[in-house]
Design a protein around this ligand. Structure first.
Ligand SMILES: Cc1cc2nc3c(=O)[nH]c(=O)nc-3n(C[C@H](O)[C@H](O)[C@H](O)COP(=O)(O)O)c2cc1C
Length: 342
């Protein structure tokens, strides 16, 4: 049986305490979001959005610029993982070296789970690589060589589809190639986000790993579920994605529950609104009012989700283009009741 409370998670020499990770989410987990998550605490390791390694190299060679998705990475607090994706071992190694030597990131994570066509069919990367264990192995081992002593980790799904579940075999490949941890989203690529994450399958993987930690991911949206994941499934760590988008305080709640302390209550609606406004300010500071306001629309929808009147708020906030419009819509339509309905 797994021990409870779980000990801190070790990824190479890095101690991740508490063993609760903020998932990489393209289009969402930029420096502004990570800043908000850090303010609440409770996440032992934060991650960037996925960064395309080939794009990084191209930008570097042609425009002498670095990807926008690395905004903040050089300067923000550690620990921080940067996730990269591609199918070319050399390109991945080149970028891994830059991330470790220049950016001094804590972890380089590889995306072997993205199910989006642009990444799978067009670039033969992300979850597409689950059908090519040899290539996965080459990518990991070259990256490990380039990044040492910085740990390299892998994030996978259960397989490409329900009839091609191969996560146990992949887990062995990942460990043998030198990765320092494995994160598993308990769905297949074909599932996208449908159905429930299969935590029994995640749990089974543990027996196929000799030393490296297993991090479970999928559908964790409360402190209780995080506790249950540690108690019932053989995971050394958990990762939270969608549920933290509008509730960045979820990590602190889950961390308290793991310590056996009372779970801090949800912030009041007024406090949540203030968090959203702080978030908006960070986004505007970086991207300017026009781009920042448009970018904020999706975050604002997340903050409103699960509250009475969220749908009405979404309809209006989806059209804002200026700070004035944003604040007017927030004043007028941001939900003011805790009731969890849309
Ligand atoms: C909008 C969005 C963007 C995502 N982007 C990434 C990504 O860049 N890299 C990655 O490994 N997974 C990505 N994921 C998958 C999540 O990290 C996570 O594995 C998945 O959402 C399941 O966890 P959850 O049920 O807690 O949301 C993304 C998910 C969402 C919803």
């Amino acid at each position: 049986m797994p021990s409870f409370p779980p000990p801190p998670l070790r990824i190479g020499d890095l101690v991740v305490d508490p063993p609760i990770l903020q998932a990489p989410m393209a289009g969402f987990t930029n420096a502004a979001f990570r800043h908000i998550v850090r303010q609440f605490g409770g996440a032992g390791l934060l991650a960037t959005e996925m960064v395309n390694a080939r794009g990084f190299v191209w930008l570097d060679e042609n425009d002498a610029e670095h990807p926008d998705r690395l905004w903040g990475v050089a300067d923000e607090p550690r620990p921080l993982a940067v996730q990269i994706w591609d199918n070319d071992p050399e390109t991945m190694a080149k970028v891994g070296r830059r991330l470790t030597e220049e950016y001094k990131v804590s972890v380089v994570d590889i995306n072997f789970g993205c199910p989006v066509r642009q990444v799978t069919e067009k670039a033969h990367s992300g979850s597409y690589l689950l059908r090519e264990p040899n290539r996965m192995s080459a990518i990991i081992s070259q990256l490990v060589k380039a990044c040492t002593p910085t740990p390299v980790t892998a994030k996978i799904r259960l397989g490409c589809s329900r009839t091609q579940i191969n996560c146990n075999e992949i887990a062995r490949v990942v460990e043998e190639a030198g990765a320092a941890a494995l994160t598993v989203h308990g769905r297949t690529a074909a599932d996208m986000f449908t159905g429930n994450a299969d935590w029994d399958r995640i749990s089974e993987i543990k027996a196929h790993l000799k030393h490296i930690p297993l991090i479970g991911n999928g559908d964790l949206d409360s402190a209780e579920k995080v506790v249950a994941a540690f108690k019932n499934y053989n995971v050394d760590g958990v990762m939270i994605a969608r549920a933290c988008l509008g509730r960045p305080w979820l990590f602190a709640q889950a961390a308290a529950a793991l310590r056996g302390e009372p779970v801090p209550p949800e912030p009041t609606i007024a406090q949540q609104r203030d968090v959203m406004i702080d978030h908006y300010q960070l986004v505007v500071d970086r991207f300017g009012e026009d781009k920042g306001t448009v970018l904020m629309r999706k975050y604002a929808c997340c903050y409103a989700q699960g509250k009475r009147g969220a749908r009405f708020f979404r309809t209006h906030v989806a059209k804002v283009s200026t700070a004035e419009e944003f604040y007017n819509v927030v004043d007028e339509y941001f939900p003011n009741a805790e009731v969890a309905t849309t």
